[in-house]
Design a protein around this ligand. Sequence first.
Ligand SMILES: Cc1cc2nc3c(=O)[nH]c(=O)nc-3n(C[C@H](O)[C@H](O)[C@H](O)COP(=O)(O)O)c2cc1C
Length: 323
Amino acid sequence: MKTRMTEALGITRPVIQAPMAFAAGGTLASAVSSAGGMGMIGGGYGDADWIDQQFGIAAGARVGCGLITWKLAEQPHVLDQVLVHDPAAVFLSFGDPAPFAPAIRDAGVPLICQVQTLRDAWRALDCGADIIVAQGADAGGHGEARGTFALVPEIADEIARQNSKVLLCAAGGITDGRGLAAALMLGADGAVIGTRFLASHEALVHPRILDRALAATGDDTLRTRVVDVVRGYDWPSRYNGRVLSNPFIQKWHQSEAALQRDAKSEAAKWAAAQNAGDPDVATAFVGEGIGLINAVQSASDILANLAGEAQECLARAVSHSER
Ligand SMILES: Cc1cc2nc3c(=O)[nH]c(=O)nc-3n(C[C@H](O)[C@H](O)[C@H](O)COP(=O)(O)O)c2cc1C
């Protein structure tokens, strides 16, 4: 499946696996890259030892690494520790990429910037991003309010106006070939996919939490700050995270001030549940696309199905329009 992105990145399927913090390690990233996509280590909050370990597990496969930008700004040396591994790309999200873009460019590493608004896309273009990821609100994990379906073409048009060499990926709600084909139709060169790869054999996720997620529909997810409050993460107020609802989330959603007051005991309870895989308390960051996922698969099967179905969808669209 060829697009401008497969040509530019030397991959065979126009899919970048999302750098999911805590869930996307070297095993998943290397499996995705070996199957023709681009795998990403979820460097998240910048634990450099963990990132080193995951590059070791990926054992020389061409994988990239993602970092949460506002956190990187507090510990900029982490970027140097990532660049030592000669990553296939660096994927920055949630904050201003400008302070980090020169070092990434100087290292000859492609810069991927995930954005949630048109204004952030302008910033990414100014910084010299090679790939912009337009992330809609249906996405799993952190993000903002805009929907994927209008954000992607709006940014596609802006890229065409400003610098048509820049590539565009859509993110948010893409779990199967229909979604991938739609992303291409909206003007993207590929897709960034998280939730579908979370339900893979290679992801780092507790099986009981995954089982609960697989039984859910897209209606069972919501955007909330509860998990950041309970973990004591100081996320900028514009972002919240899409998670699977459960009794813990239902108790504290929109009661975050009260949660803050009980933070110490609730944090201990939440951390224990996360380790034990207690799905009533622990958190699954999943997107609305979870309602389209019914089974755990290998990363290579996921990619093969995505690409096969997308090609069928695109061929069908062409044959319908020829009638
Ligand atoms: C479990 C999980 C963890 C995530 N962690 C991160 C992260 O650390 N950094 C990041 O840039 N995006 C993160 N994301 C968001 C993804 O980059 C991407 O936008 C999203 O997964 C796309 O939507 P989808 O989940 O519907 O495929 C995460 C997503 C999930 C599902």
